[in-house]
Design a binder for this molecule. Structure first.
Ligand SMILES: [Zn+2]
Length: 167
């Protein structure tokens, strides 16, 4: 498949942001401040036909900035927003958006997958009991000693989930 996805990392680049703005900016997602027309353009550029359902789901997904949402939670939001959409369409849309680079999939275990509107490289805290997942917003976590990948393969991404429990 051709690499259609635009460089979302360049949009959410936080390198030159001062410390005070950091939390706010890191919570943003690249789609957040786009107009409806721009969302349509982004979907097209990502190779996705901008159907009414996709646009409505984009509004729900990206209108609230950086967040992590499950397919079930998005379905509930769609029902509340009176967007008529089946669970199958929700799954399809989330996977299309992920393939297009608009979302990042965070699989915390075999049964639970979150979709992250912040597609930049970052790691997560995950609370095992509450199911609460959120971005690690410090640079304290460093991955060192990356293993050599098997021949013909490259390390594409490293994402770490730091699992929490109450003490
Ligand atoms: Zn995240």
């Amino acid at each position: 498949m051709a690499n259609l996805h635009f460089d979302v990392n360049s949009i959410s680049d936080t390198n030159e942001i001062n410390e005070a703005d950091k939390n706010m900016v890191e919570k943003q997602c690249p789609m957040q401040d786009l107009t409806r027309d721009e969302v349509i353009l982004y979907l097209r550029r990502s190779g996705l036909r901008p159907t009414r359902q996709r646009i409505a789901l984009s509004d729900l997904l990206f209108g609230k900035g950086g967040r992590h949402i499950t397919a079930e939670a998005l379905h509930e939001e769609a029902i509340l927003a009176k967007v008529p959409v089946s669970m199958a369409t929700i799954y399809n849309t989330l996977h299309h958006f992920t393939q297009a680079g608009l979302l990042r999939e965070v699989a915390v275990d075999g049964a639970k997958t979150y979709f992250d509107t912040n597609t930049s490289n970052h790691h997560h805290f995950y609370h095992e009991d509450t199911g609460h997942i959120y971005d690690i917003e410090t640079d304290e976590l460093q991955v060192v000693g990356i293993p050599t990948p098997p021949e013909g393969q490259e390390v594409w991404r490293i994402d770490v989930i730091v699992r929490l429990k109450d003490i």
